[in-house]
Design a protein around this ligand. Structure first.
Ligand SMILES: Nc1nc2c(c(=O)[nH]1)N[C@H]1C(S)=C(S)[C@@H](COP(=O)(O)OP(=O)(O)OC[C@H]3O[C@@H](n4cnc5c(=O)[nH]c(N)nc54)[C@H](O)[C@@H]3O)O[C@H]1N2
Ligand SMILES: Nc1nc2c(c(=O)[nH]1)N[C@H]1C(S)=C(S)[C@@H](COP(=O)(O)OP(=O)(O)OC[C@H]3O[C@@H](n4cnc5c(=O)[nH]c(N)nc54)[C@H](O)[C@@H]3O)O[C@H]1N2
Ligand code: SF4
Ligand SMILES: [Mo]
Length: 755
């Protein structure tokens, strides 16, 4: 009964009135269970779109899921993945009790107290013997979609006081944080494209029609792009693959993988060379404009044309159109972040918006005003305050790039990683040379994983601690409300009880924390820590909402109608807090003197390095035998972890290699043939699909596959294992500026199995 995108506009309110979180029986609309069916309203937490859902249930079982037409942000949109929320709840492969791995590789269920005692004792012992840095932490993507984890995981990480902190950030959006930190002084001050009011949207390396938007919470992008074009606006997509978003755009240009920093440098160069940059209200806030102009002067369209694969005329036209549009915004995402100059590229995206007068302005790149001000409540970040032990990769925001994790485990010496906590992550499938990381994990003295599955990563753990999840936990999007194209707020209590003796993620963190620092700190420190820990996430959220800009204690006066958890419980469809607001700068800048520096030293240095590479590339010819690998996302996938959801495990094989017919002809490869793909670090076998969607010389493979390993409990996913793209990606290839992993343009060779 879920409604797919592309269906006609959802009907206006037909859901019965539901007040105070009390769900009323529905008559007529749900014939299956008229007497017992009730409705629960919540936002989906599987991706960043946070679609409002109406879930029909009988108290214990989910009977149906629909998009909530009254959600002020998603307006009825949802995708097929929403139904996986039910699959996860009933999945027999889900872990529900702690598991201890025996020496023979089998597992025993143990009690929660025993498991937490053992985990804390082993971690404490290893730190006592080998120092703080001997324990590493890796936090995966679903952490950000979980209120309890957002509030409690940082406390555990702080308590461990290790420098070996890793997360999915360094295989994803690190360049965005880096650019925000350098330009605006805070890693979370991330401008969001105002898609609903722009006239010109330039998209680089993102496919929001499939990914449903990232660092741009905008459910129903197909409808939003259609509306943009209907009001006379233009959508331009730059991507080495003619993606679903490119298909829906006015114009699509192929670009060589990794070419975006060059393209963006040329776009900024063109804007700066044209008469008068339009900095508008920020003109008096910006320093270093001349230095930047000087640094960019060699990046002409002609100079970057061959390296980007774009004609110089096309680049010049792209810059002209962007600058001429009344309201324009450039939005770049994963394909641009995960490239050798990803940090520089994302910095240039923000600068292009700034130079054309589109930053902090309606229809441009704007800052949100969420009900919980996560910017004010979190650390500004920091850069290169320390470096990794073996490779000297820079820290960012207190974390090291996950690409160095395996070498930190395998290289002996003081500070060597001997224990690992993973939480809501699957780095064996999601990080470069994951297969090698998997081998390294076997060398650990101790590994504990907080996860709902025994998967490719957690199968290496000595202990697995499985939390309640999804519909079994209360939900509020601390992060994604702060990245949404409209200010809204939405809260839901848990719908399903989950395992009666089970724990939420935050309770696992609290349990570990309590045991780890029992006896440490003074009495006041202990009391404070205890108070903090015993306040549930919902209670903490309530305090944050009340103290926030729309809260009863926030703003200028005490407001009886202010936001709180109770108020959100009454407003089951969510609360609309209005469109994004312009002119927030310079007041919100967290930089020294509230200035924007366009001549930051790391950026200028990287521009010099890029220029040197560009000159060197001019003298090299890469032959047709080398192919450049890029990634891909499918509508029914969610990184590595929803492949066990029965509802989604249907249809054609998704883990296929897209190969251009010209490249296939050159090698005599046929459609459907299984080939071997080899890179500097590994090889995989995958079936080929011939497609002129990809530019010649480029091949595309989705990530998140590579199941079927012994010791995993993923009976559905293991039936269609696919191959892991990260058995090919190379941890030695990093964006040297930020440490982000490089996934775009990995050099591979294609071999026929039966030539
Ligand atoms: N080559 C290549 N690699 C990529 C990418 C790419 O495009 N190409 N994309 C990258 C990106 S953007 C990301 S974000 C990463 C993702 O990388 P990861 O976060 O490492 O991996 P996921 O596949 O998201 O795995 C999530 C894990 O969380 C568990 N989980 C789900 N819900 C919960 C919960 O409520 N609590 C707990 N404790 N666990 C839970 C799941 O069982 C699963 O094990 O992958 C990156 N890797
Ligand atoms: N269905 C689905 N939705 C998801 C996820 C999922 O796994 N499945 N994962 C979620 C997560 S964790 C994230 S971070 C977001 C990511 O959301 P997006 O950033 O939209 O990510 P992708 O869909 O991977 O799109 C990246 C695009 O970049 C292109 N590309 C690759 N290399 C280059 C390059 O060098 N230059 C340019 N210009 N383009 C390039 C690819 O062809 C692809 O079309 O999606 C989220 N939503
Ligand atoms: S688009 Fe994302 S948030 Fe919306 S239903 Fe699908 S997975 Fe859930
Ligand atoms: Mo991601």
């Amino acid at each position: 009964m879920y409604r797919h995108e592309g269906s006609s506009t959802p009907p206006r309110p037909s859901t019965p009135a539901v007040r105070c979180g009390l769900a009323l029986p529905v008559a007529g609309r749900y014939p299956r269970s008229v007497t017992t069916a009730r409705l629960h309203h919540r936002a989906c937490n599987l991706c960043e779109a946070m679609c409002g859902l109406v879930i029909e249930h009988d108290g214990e079982r989910v009977l149906g899921i629909e998009g909530d037409p009254d959600d002020p942000l998603s307006r009825g949109h949802l995708c097929a993945k929403a139904f996986a929320l039910r699959d996860i709840a009933v999945d027999p492969d889900r872990l529900r009790r702690p598991l201890r791995r025996r020496a023979d590789g089998s597992y025993a269920e143990i009690g929660w107290d025993e498991a937490l005692d053992e985990a804390a004792a082993r971690l404490g012992d290893i730190q006592a013997r080998h120092g703080r840095d001997a324990v590493a932490v890796y936090q995966g993507n679903p952490s950000v979609h979980n209120l309890g984890t957002m509030l409690f995981a940082p406390q555990l990480v702080r308590a461990l006081r290790t420098r070996n902190r890793f997360s999915a950030t360094s295989v994803d959006q690190l360049p965005h944080h880096f650019a925000a930190y350098l330009l605006f002084g805070h890693q979370l001050l991330l401008p969001v494209p105002d898609v609903d009011r722009t006239d010109h949207l330039l998209i680089l390396g993102a496919n929001p029609l499939v990914s449903n938007g990232s660092l741009m919470t905008a459910p129903g992008m197909r409808t939003r792009l259609r509306a943009l074009r209907a009001r006379g606006g233009r959508v331009v997509v730059v991507d080495p693959r003619r993606s679903e978003t490119a298909e829906a755009a006015d114009v699509h240009h192929f670009i060589r993988p990794g070419g975006d920093a060059l393209l963006l440098a040329a776009l900024c160069q063109q804007v700066l060379a044209a008469p008068g940059p339009r900095l508008r209200h920020l003109a008096a806030t910006v320093d270093g404009l001349d230095t930047l102009s000087q640094a960019l002067r060699t990046y002409t369209p002609d100079a970057v044309a061959s390296a980007t694969g774009l004609d110089a005329d096309v680049i010049a036209g792209m810059a002209r159109d962007f600058a001429a549009a009344e309201r324009a915004v450039c939005y770049a995402r994963l394909g641009v972040c995960t490239a050798p100059h990803g940090g520089l590229a994302l910095w240039l995206v923000a600068v292009l918006n700034l130079l054309t007068g589109n930053l902090d302005r309606v229809g441009g790149a704007m800052f949100t005003s969420p009900a919980v001000d996560v910017v004010a409540r979190s650390s500004r970040g920091g850069y290169a305050r320390w470096h990794s032990r073996v490779r000297r990769a820079p820290e960012f925001g207190g974390e090291l790039p996950v690409s160095v994790l395996a070498e930190e485990i395998l290289t002996p010496g003081s500070g060597q990683v001997r224990a690992l906590i993973t939480s809501a992550g699957n780095p064996v499938l999601s990080t470069p040379a994951g297969h090698r990381l998997g081998q390294a994990l076997e060398q650990l003295e101790f590994m504990v994983s907080i996860d709902i599955y025994r998967n490719e990563t957690t199968r290496h753990a000595h202990l697995i601690l499985p939390p309640r999840t999804g519909l079994e936990v209360p939900h509020y999007d601390l992060i994604f409300h702060a990245l949404a194209v409209r200010n809204t707020a939405r809260f839901a209590d848990r719908l399903l009880a989950g395992d009666p003796g089970g724990r939420d993620d935050w309770q696992i963190y609290a349990g570990l924390l309590q045991r780890l620092d029992a006896g440490g700190g003074g009495p006041w420190a202990r009391l404070l820590a205890l108070a903090n820990r015993t306040l549930s996430p919902t209670r903490q959220l309530d305090l944050a909402l009340r103290a926030g800009p729309y809260g009863s204690l926030g703003g200028r006066a005490l407001r009886r109608d202010g936001l709180s958890v109770a108020a959100l419980r009454r407003q089951v469809h969510g609360v609309d807090l209005g469109p994004l607001r312009a002119d927030q700068l310079p007041a919100r800048l967290a930089t020294a003197g509230r200035r924007i520096d366009l001549a930051a030293a790391p950026i200028l240095a990287d521009l010099v390095a890029l220029d040197a590479e560009l000159s060197a590339a001019g003298t090299q010819e890469s032959g047709r035998e080398v192919l450049h690998l890029i990634g891909r996302r499918g509508l029914a996938d969610c990184n590595s972890w929803l492949h066990n959801a029965k509802t989604l495990a249907k249809g054609r094989d998704r883990c296929v290699l897209l190969l251009h017919p010209e490249d296939a002809a050159l090698r005599g490869v046929c459609d459907g043939e299984v080939v071997r793909l080899r890179s500097a670090v590994g090889a995989v076998q995958v079936p080929v699909r011939l497609s002129s969607e990809v530019m010649p010389g480029v091949v595309s493979l989705p990530h998140g596959f590579g199941h079927g390993h012994d010791g995993t409990s993923l009976s559905v996913a293991n039936l269609r294992p696919g191959a892991s793209i990260n058995d090919l990606t190379d941890p030695s290839a990093l964006d040297s500026l930020t440490g982000n992993a490089v996934f775009s343009g990995v050099q591979v060779a294609l071999e026929r199995l039966h030539p």
